[in-house]
Design a protein around this ligand. Structure first.
Ligand SMILES: C[S@@+](CC[C@H](N)C(=O)[O-])C[C@H]1O[C@@H](n2cnc3c(N)ncnc32)[C@H](O)[C@@H]1O
Length: 233
């Protein structure tokens, strides 16, 4: 049986799929594109390598990685929500990009790509998984020896720090109010709840080391609002 969180998350992303890119650009003032570029720069996909964008949504990272690994490598975008993945597929068609392979699947249920990838990226996905540790374990199992992975997400800052207060004000006043105009406030209220349950920097690093990653680093972006976890086997 599927976990309740998994089903809830899938329903949220299916529901917001049509407005997802528009609201992402608006609510982040376009900055999410810079942060995604930063993530890809840090993990350095190379031509000829096999990469995956997990929890790919509309495929932003997959398209960025495509520029690096093609024409010799491969890139697979995986997401569990059909509606949002359909938008990724449509974007591929518009770009006449037949290179990226899209797959509908729950990340925690991937069982056909063991040690398959040179690299894996995930943006704003790890926080949404039913279990973060299981997610990091899954990524470890999907990577080849010496494989590397990068995760971009909201940074869970220390309670009552300036960055924590700023994040709360931003999420409550800007994100929820703007999404209310599109009848999606309940869905966007979920972000704050999910950050509260997301491990902080040191916990993420500890989990990664326990899972077996030899290298684990964490960088904050945008004055502590976002974080990038970089791992290597
Ligand atoms: C916030 S969106 C991020 C999308 C994209 N990576 C981006 O940065 O724009 C989170 C995505 O994770 C997907 N997702 C959540 N849980 C998942 C799971 N267990 N397996 C696969 N995809 C999942 C959702 O369907 C959604 O598309």
């Amino acid at each position: 049986m599927k976990f309740r969180k998994t089903i809830e998350v899938k329903n949220i992303f299916n529901k917001i799929s049509n407005k997802y890119d528009f609201l992402n650009n608006l609510l982040s003032f376009g900055l999410h594109k810079l942060w995604k570029r930063k993530l890809v720069d840090l993990v350095e996909p190379l031509n000829g390598e096999d990469w995956a964008d997990l929890c790919c949504g509309t495929g932003d990272l997959a398209f960025l990685i495509f520029d690096r690994v093609s024409p010799k490598g491969t890139i697979t975008g995986i997401d569990s929500a059909e509606e949002i993945l359909n938008i990724a597929k449509r974007r591929s068609e518009i770009k006449k990009n037949k290179f990226i392979k899209w797959e509908i699947k729950d990340v925690l249920e991937i069982n056909n790509y063991s040690k398959n990838f040179d690299g894996i990226c995930m943006s704003y996905g790890l926080r949404n998984l039913n279990n973060v540790e299981e997610g990091i374990k899954k990524v470890f199992s999907l990577l080849k020896d010496k494989g590397r992975a990068g995760f971009l997400d909201f940074n869970h800052s220390t309670k009552n720090s300036l960055s924590d207060l700023f994040q709360k004000i931003y999420l409550r006043l800007i994100v929820v109010n703007i999404s209310r105009l599109f009848n999606l406030s309940q869905e966007y209220e979920y972000i704050e709840k999910s950050i509260r349950n997301f491990p902080k920097k040191n916990e993420l690093l500890k989990i990664a080391k326990e899972v077996g990653f030899k290298k684990a680093e964490y960088r904050t972006l945008c004055w502590g609002q976002m974080g990038i976890l970089i791992l290597a086997k």
